[in-house]
Each structure stands twice: as structure tokens, then as C-alpha cells.
Design a protein around this ligand. Structure first.
Ligand code: NAG
Ligand code: NAG
Ligand code: NAG
Length: 392
């Protein structure tokens, strides 16, 4: 983190010393905040607000218990980081593109589904649990949405009220949060860390292609999350055990976190390249990895307990069981009982169900990243429409 800010300060100082000092200083202080009329999100379960639930219908209680007080088509007890992002701009929560009932897309659409990967997995959801809605499919959906929302709006009436105007697409914020599942997919196929690392360049190429496609379709403002410390998640700790020597001080599995960091360095480089290739884009890289890791490695400081155990689950060291997930039920003497139960107070837990963060953790992650100290360039979310001169 510190190193981003440091690099930025140096870059700014150099820029100041060689160019128009007064104008760039005043420009910086008087820059108005962005008014994004909409958000379009592409991603996985970290930002899924109903995509997977729309196609597989899996969204049992106690999901949603803390905030929505009923399942809300999210794999969480409440709101996700993308919900807090929408709230911060005064926008309603994003409807999932795949949700054909009751959706309102005037302020954006969410293409994310739980289990999504950048690369198509060539396996079914039933076989491996990875979503068929990979990033290329999300792009296809977005493209289709763009075209059809415009022709459909012309029908007037309710269509006009539920679909965005064309101008919205070029002034919207495009958020991305994807990659984690691509990394775990290799490990679940018994690949070694070096085998997983070997396909990272392919992930990055495909990621860049999709960002470029969105840009060519008119998108200008991009907010790109890197991937989190997947080696700290109960489902990985339980299902892909490592040796004691491969555990870090926080109790996370180092090999998986290292590969996540390799991917993240690649995403950061991809962003640098994209800024060169897409002259009118403002692209912010957000180090969500560090925000998440700081919660997990210093839980007490942030008001949390049990950083590596799932709040909602069943048994074992991590309160996670792949066969008895959060909300799962079992028949005992002909009676259904809930075995994937939630902890008493999710607000002091970091992990919700073995895979996902609790609302309390999501809120803190959002609070950490919203101000820009985890971003490159280090500008706040509300300034993410401004192309940073120091980085051009
Ligand atoms: C859709 O959402 C917008 C806010 O973006 C709101 O102004 C509008 O009333 C909503 N439309 C309907 C039909 O609910
Ligand atoms: C799926 O198959 C395609 C075509 O053979 C291949 O290019 C791609 O890498 C495969 N995806 C994975 C995750 O192996
Ligand atoms: C990976 O290895 C485990 C343990 O040897 C085995 O049970 C499993 O079937 C293997 N998975 C794949 C996809 O080959």
C-alpha cells in the first residue's frame, strides 16, 4: 500500500517540477466529484447480486439474515462491496442482468455470477461448481443488453422506465472483480502452483480483451479490483490442505496467496497497458487483496474474532464442510433440520460461509478502499471518472 502512495507522490512531484505548477495544483483541489448515473459490474460471487440465483435458484436462508432479513440472492448475510459502491453514489442496488423478474436497469446492471471465471471452464456447473457465465459470456450479455435496451426503449411505456438511455453507457462506472476462481480451478484439478502460474498470462490477456471490448462499446470509467487472499478462505484451507511450513503468521495458505499476488501484479501491469491503449479511459486499479488481508491478519484491530472460520457452516477446524454448506438441511427421523447454521453474531465474523465475506467485513473493505489509499492512482471512488494526468 505504502509503496503505491509513495510512487504516486514521486510521480506528482516530478510532474509538478517540470510542468505548470499552479494550474495542476488548483485543478487537483477543484476537480468535481463524478456523478455516475449507472454502474455495470462484471465479476464472480464477490459481487453477484442475483445472477447465479437466477439460473440455479440456490439462495437459502440464513443468507441475507443481517441486512435484508431474508435471502437476497447474494452469498452473504447482507450487503456486498458492490452494494456499498452503489449506495455511495445514491444509486439503488444493481439488478442482476439474468434476473428477468422485477429488475430495473436504469441505473446499471450486474453481470456477475457466483463461480464465474475469466476463462471458460469447459465443465458443467454440476461437475465442478464453476459458473458457465465466464467473463466472455458476461461481455456477450453486456453487448446484447446495450443493443437491445436501446431498441426496446423505443417501445416506450414501462420499457423506457426500466432501461438506461444510451448516454448512460458512456458516463457509467464499469466495475470488475474476477479472477479468484480461475486460480482455484487449477488447484482443484490437482495442478501444481507452477502449473497454475503458467496459465495466468492467458487470464490476463482475456481480461484485457474484455476491458477493451467495453471501451469500444463506449465505456470510459473503470474500477478494477484485484483478487483477494484466496489462501485465507476456509474452503481452500479445508479442501486443499498445505503443510505447516506453508502457512503464514495469519494461518493462511501461502502458496495460494502467492499465486493470487502473481495474478494481481499481472492485473496491475494490464491496467498500465490498458491506459496506454485506451486513450480516453480512466482506469483505477484497487488493491482489494491488501484490504482483505489486513482484516484477516489483524482481526482484533478491526473488531473481529475468528478470522479463518466460517460464521455459517458445519464442523471442522474452519466450520466448513463442502457437503454441508451454509443453509443446508438434513433429514433426521423424517424431520428436516438446518445443519449449515449461522453464528450468533455475524457482525464480529469476517467469513460468512467459507467462501465469502460477511456484510460487516464487506463494509470495512469498502471503507478502506473508498478513499483511494488502496488504489492506483490513489484517488477516491467518487473521483474515478478523472483520468489521472500523472499516470497518462
Ligand atoms: C427504476 O430506478 C430508477 C432509479 O435509478 C427510479 O428512478 C425509477 O423510478 C425506477 N423505475 C421503476 C419503474 O421502478
Ligand atoms: C477450454 O477449452 C478451450 C478450447 O480447447 C481452451 O482454449 C481453454 O483454455 C480451456 N479452458 C480451460 C480452463 O482449460
Ligand atoms: C486430485 O487428487 C485427488 C487425491 O489424489 C483425487 O481424489 C482426485 O480425484 C484428483 N482430482 C482430479 C480432478 O484429478
Amino acid at each position: 500500500m505504502g509503496s503505491h502512495c509513495f510512487t504516486y507522490v514521486i510521480t506528482v512531484l516530478i510532474a509538478l517540477s517540470v510542468s505548470s505548477v499552479p494550474s495542476s495544483v488548483s485543478a487537483k483541489t477543484s476537480t468535481p466529484p463524478c456523478e455516475f448515473p449507472a454502474i455495470f459490474n462484471l465479476g464472480d460471487s464477490n459481487s453477484d447480486t442475483g445472477g447465479l440465483a437466477a439460473i440455479y435458484g440456490y439462495d437459502p436462508p440464513p443468507n441475507g439474515m443481517s441486512y435484508f432479513h431474508k435471502p437476497a440472492r447474494r452469498y452473504c448475510d447482507g450487503r456486498l462491496v458492490i452494494d456499498f459502491i452503489a449506495e455511495s453514489f445514491g444509486l439503488p442496488y444493481l439488478s442482476a442482468y439474468l434476473d428477468s423478474v422485477g429488475s430495473n436497469f436504469t441505473h446499471g446492471a450486474n453481470f456477475a455470477t457466483a463461480g464465474s471465471t475469466i476463462r471458460p471452464q469447459n465443465t458443467t456447473f454440476q461437475q465442478t461448481g464453476y459458473s458457465p457465465v465466464s467473463l466472455d459470456v458476461q461481455w456477450n450479455e453486456f453487448h446484447d443488453f446495450y443493443i437491445r435496451s436501446q431498441t426496446t426503449r423505443q417501445r416506450g411505456g414501462v420499457f423506457e422506465k426500466l432501461l438506461p438511455k444510451e448516454v448512460v453507457f458512456s458516463s457509467a462506472l464499469y466495475t470488475f472483480d474476477i479472477g479468484q476462481n480461475d486460480l482455484t480451478a487449477g488447484y482443484f484439478l490437482n495442478m501444481t502452483t507452477s502449473q497454475v502460474k503458467a496459465y495466468v498470462p492467458e487470464l490476463l490477456d482475456q481480461f484485457k480483451t474484455i476491458v477493451k471490448n467495453v471501451y469500444d462499446q463506449g465505456g470510459r470509467y473503470f474500477w478494477i479490483h484485484n483478487t483477494g487472499p484466496v489462501g485465507c478462505l476456509p474452503y481452500i484451507l479445508e479442501r486443499l490442505p498445505v503443510t505447516a511450513a506453508q502457512m503464514d503468521k495469519a494461518g493462511c495458505a501461502s502458496p495460494f496467496n502467492e499465486v493470487a499476488q502473481v495474478f494481481n501484479r499481472g492485473i496491475k501491469e494490464a491496467v498500465v497497458q490498458l491506459r496506454k491503449d485506451l486513450p480516453y479511459a480512466a482506469i483505477t486499479y484497487v488493491d482489494v487483496y491488501s484490504a482483505k488481508y489486513s482484516l484477516i491478519s489483524q482481526p482484533k484491530k478491526h473488531g473481529f474474532e475468528q478470522p479463518l472460520r466460517a460464521c455459517c457452516g458445519h464442523g471442522g477446524k474452519y466450520n466448513y464442510n463442502v457437503h454441508m454448506g451454509c443453509g443446508s438441511k438434513m433429514k433426521v427421523n423424517g424431520k428436516e433440520i438446518l445443519v449449515g447454521k449461522a453464528c450468533d453474531d455475524p457482525s464480529v465474523w469476517i467469513n460468512w460461509d467459507g467462501y465469502h465475506f460477511t456484510e460487516a467485513a464487506n463494509k470495512l473493505i469498502f471503507n478502506q478502499i473508498v478513499g483511494g489509499s488502496f488504489s492506483d492512482p490513489p484517488i477516491p471512488l467518487r473521483m474515478a471518472c478523472h483520468r489521472n494526468q500523472a499516470h497518462s
